[in-house]
Design a protein around this ligand. Structure first.
Ligand code: PYC
Length: 310
């Protein structure tokens, strides 16, 4: 049985696993992540997918850190596998730890497969995450999708790889959700087909579409398609970091200015940045709320113990 706490961060769910997950052995967080992928992918799928979860859910598995300067290790995974980092997920974890009385100092640090992140929660419950160094890898990359549409976007790292493009001919509204998913999935397929990658041949598995916010500039309203073809209900923390890195690269935002990133639901993250060695060190902030907690049960003869197949 697996014990969990469910939360959502600005609309996007996080399932924090508090106990019951099999031991992943010793090694770095990246090695343990690889071990998890190789040996427990069916269990991971059963944890996040229907009937115990749903396709948009991201789980956070808390572990002992290897780096003794960190408070916790954490591996995030979604309906198709692990993520490098997860901004909304980190905020969910912080809120869960706070509610359990497990945050004693002003800040809490996490070792993730993408690097170390640091977070704090203020008295009003707002959670800030100093994310991994984020950077723009390539600007103005053009792809033609299977329906003949041209998308121009930047390729950037924010803890995951993103293709970030301004939306044309569609509006970022809930009633367009189906078309937004189709268009972003077409872009994702075109990236794969044309072998357009992140640094070192990394797969670009997140597609973000945006338009400028009318008010509250600088900022964008955004839609993110995640690797398992589900959309992020939150403004996507790693996506916000990657976008901000591109905006800095384009001199569209000064140090000290606050960046606003809004989701399709209207929920928002705010972000600021400092210079890094290759790009920027973003700080993203938002709020997370608990929604339930309990135990996941996996019976041997349950045909859906590993979740609904995709
Ligand atoms: O908030 O970084 C994020 C995220 C990644 C995938 C879903 N949410």
């Amino acid at each position: 049985m697996i014990q969990y706490i469910d939360l959502h961060t600005e609309g996007e769910p996080t399932r924090v696993i508090t106990s019951g997950f099999p031991d992943l052995g010793a090694g770095s967080i990246r090695q343990r992540c690889e071990f998890m992928k190789k040996n427990f992918s069916e269990l991971c799928s059963g944890i996040v997918r229907e009937p115990r979860g749903h396709e948009a859910m991201v789980a956070a598995l808390l572990l002992e850190p290897v780096d003794q300067s960190c408070d916790h290790g954490v591996i995030f995974f979604n309906n198709v596998g692990p993520l490098g980092m997860c901004g909304h997920g980190t905020m969910g974890v912080v809120r869960a730890l706070k509610d359990q009385g497990l945050i004693n100092s002003e800040k809490v640090s996490f070792e993730t497969p993408a690097g170390i992140v640091e977070a704090r929660i203020d008295d009003g419950g707002r959670i800030s995450v100093v994310n991994v160094e984020s950077y723009c890898h390539r600007k103005d990359v053009e792809v033609i999708t299977s329906s003949g549409r041209k998308a121009v976007g930047d390729i950037a790292w924010g803890g995951n790889w993103f293709f970030i493009s301004e939306i044309k001919g569609l509006s970022l509204e809930m009633q367009e959700l189906g078309s937004l998913k189709d268009y972003a999935a077409e872009i994702r397929a075109a990236l794969d087909l044309n072998e357009i990658c992140g640094e070192g041949g990394a797969c670009i598995d997140h597609v973000e579409l945006h338009e400028n916010l009318e008010r509250d500039r600088p900022g964008v309203r955004s839609f993110t398609l995640c690797p398992g073809m589900e959309w992020d209900r939150s403004p996507c923390g790693t996506g916000t970091s990657a976008t901000l890195a591109c905006m800095v690269e384009r001199n569209e935002i000064n140090e000290g200015e606050v960046w606003t990133q809004e989701s399709l639901l209207g929920s928002r993250f705010e972000a600021t940045w400092e210079s890094g060695s290759k790009g920027i060190i973003p700080t993203i902030s938002g709020r997370a709320w608990p929604s339930s907690k309990g135990e996941l049960i996996f019976e041997e003869d349950d045909p859906f113990r590993n979740g609904f197949p995709s």
